[in-house]
Design a protein around this ligand. Structure first.
Ligand code: SAM
Length: 240
């Protein structure tokens, strides 16, 4: 179910059952401005654990793509590579499947808007396919409290793909269970909820913890991937 543009509520039932009230554009921008430099860093990772139709993620991607567009307008290859990195840095979870689908579509439509404006005559099918594939993996239908996929209890664990640019045009993908990224989290209420929705938000893939390694090695947190993939060219992600 699509909310009319600018509407914050899809239906009263959804508000009652899922607490679904979407955040308005003005508030989204005011909040993102609090971390403005991060929103403009192309590879800075963002996870929204109850992303709705993507009001925050769409604005984050818009800011990143604006930077890509300003910086790489002379080279299509560099523009595309950095745009793929920007897309790969946004992650979302929502428990309602239609929201997940809307969110993916909005992010894809935004990417296409930028891509067409800059490279209308020279767009590559493979680049669009890579972006579609990444969004299919990064925007997840699941329960951010039980950390499982789908909206029913007992689903498989939520798994995130980490995308890291290597050697110019190549991308390294590693998959991590969401649970493993929250070292002290317990399913359900409690620590997980605190970490996801409270002030103590974690950085994805443990990068913050890794940067806080002390001389004695204390406080180190390096999550183990559940799957490690061979390097792939950024234009081949859709096929891989
Ligand atoms: C208040 S809305 C906010 C949506 C979005 N973050 C925004 O600001 O526009 C809450 C969202 O959380 C989702 N949600 C509720 N419980 C959830 C859960 N356990 N796991 C993941 N998403 C959940 C709902 O489907 C709804 O889209």
């Amino acid at each position: 179910m699509q909310a009319p543009k600018g509407a914050q509520i899809k239906s009263k039932i959804r508000v009652a059952e899922r607490g679904e009230v979407l955040t308005g554009e003005r508030e989204v921008n005011a909040m993102l401005d609090l971390v403005k430099p991060e929103t403009e860093r192309i590879d800075s990772r963002f996870l929204e654990p109850a992303c709705g139709t993507g009001n925050f993620l769409v604005e984050i991607l818009r800011r990143k793509l604006s930077v890509v567009d300003g910086r790489y307008k002379r080279s299509r290859q560099e523009w595309e590579r950095n745009a793929v990195v920007a897309v790969s840095s946004v992650y979302g979870i929502d428990i309602q499947l239609d929201n997940v689908e809307d969110c993916r579509e909005r992010l894809y439509a935004l990417f296409l808007e930028f891509y067409e404006r800059r490279w209308r005559q020279n767009m590559r099918h493979e680049c669009r396919e890579s972006v579609r594939a990444i969004l299919g993996l990064n925007i997840i239908w699941g329960d951010a409290l039980s950390l499982t996929q789908g909206d029913q209890p007992g689903g498989p664990p939520i798994v995130f793909a980490e995308w890291s640019p290597v050697n110019g045009s190549m991308i390294k993908r590693r998959d991590f269970e969401f649970r493993a990224l929250l070292p002290e989290a317990e399913p359900g209420l409690g620590r997980a909820q605190e970490r996801l929705f409270g002030e103590e938000q974690e950085s994805l893939f443990g990068t913050r913890q890794q940067s806080l390694v002390s001389d004695t090695g204390q406080g180190v947190f390096i999550p183990e991937p559940v799957r490690d993939y061979p390097l792939v060219h950024f234009l081949e992600i859709g096929h891989a």
